[in-house]
Design a protein around this ligand. Structure first.
Ligand SMILES: [Zn+2]
Length: 267
């Protein structure tokens, strides 16, 4: 299969940074796929650096002029490392926005932990997440008229408990708006924090426990209308699958279509 025709950045310009070099080496050790680096400016519709992958390649898009470019590269490489190590995802027919939380945000507690292990200076990185959480919090607070919104709040809140060094103020504000979601997510956190996500077995276990808490929460708090019951049912019957299953058979043309949807211009 041919590589995708997307202009590339040169790894050598970035792997002078020790953390980038180490993370790139760690991903190369666990993958047989090619790893490409690109400028995020090629995809103007995506506001942040990101990761996407298909059967034969992993693509990482970054802002090459950002002061935290090395942090972003390591972050995205770690998404690839977790996929290759066999990390899992809750798989069900859920809204796209919720699926994004499950495949992206739910990996972040472990990604942040490993970023620190690569000895990145996280003090330079947290202000970015501060901004991210502020805007997510605003979004969640604005959803007062959506009776199903808490379905998506739960998994996000759960992840926030794992990096309270930045999330604490946002958790506190959220608690005042949706105390029962806060409580339930905190209980899920208390039941998983010692197991954690540091390897694929603990991650599987934590995800299972998290899923049960989320499912119970839905049974208790989601409206018993058609959509509410559908979400609850989907989650109850959801499978837990390796993330790689979602990439293994993906075609390069799917990636190009996805990127074009977000503004990639044909070259
Ligand atoms: Zn991420």
């Amino acid at each position: 299969m041919e590589p995708l025709d997307i202009p590339q950045l040169n790894w050598n310009d970035y792997s002078r940074n020790d953390a980038v070099a180490a993370a790139l080496q760690d991903l190369r050790r666990v993958t047989s796929r090619k790893i490409y680096l690109h400028s995020r400016s090629l995809v103007p519709g995506v506001p942040e650096s990101f990761y996407c992958a298909w059967s034969i390649a992993i693509h990482i898009f970054i802002d090459e002029f950002s002061s935290r470019v090395n942090h972003s590269i390591v972050h995205e490489l770690l998404h690839g490392i977790l996929v290759e190590e066999g990390y899992h995802k809750i798989s069900a027919r859920l809204p796209i926005s919720v699926n994004q939380i499950l495949s992206n945000e739910l990996q972040h507690p472990e990604i942040f932990r490993r970023m620190e292990n690569y000895r990145l200076n996280m003090a330079l990185y947290w202000p970015h997440w501060d901004g991210q959480m502020r805007s997510k919090l605003d979004e969640m607070k604005s959803q007062v008229l959506d009776p199903h919104a808490e379905f998506a709040h739960f998994p996000r809140l759960f992840t926030w408990f794992f990096f309270q060094q930045v999330s604490k103020p946002y958790l506190t504000v959220y608690r005042d708006h949706h105390p029962h979601v806060f409580q339930a997510a905190q209980t899920a956190y208390d039941d998983t924090r010692r197991i954690g996500f540091a390897d694929v077995y603990s991650q599987r276990k934590s995800i299972e426990i998290f899923k049960n808490h989320w499912s119970q929460f839905c049974g208790r708090h989601l409206p018993k209308d058609k959509f509410g019951l559908e979400l609850t049912d989907q989650l109850r019957g959801a499978a837990i699958k390796p993330l790689i299953d979602f990439e293994r058979n993906r075609a390069g043309t799917d990636i190009i279509a996805l990127l074009k949807n977000h503004g990639l211009r044909p070259s």
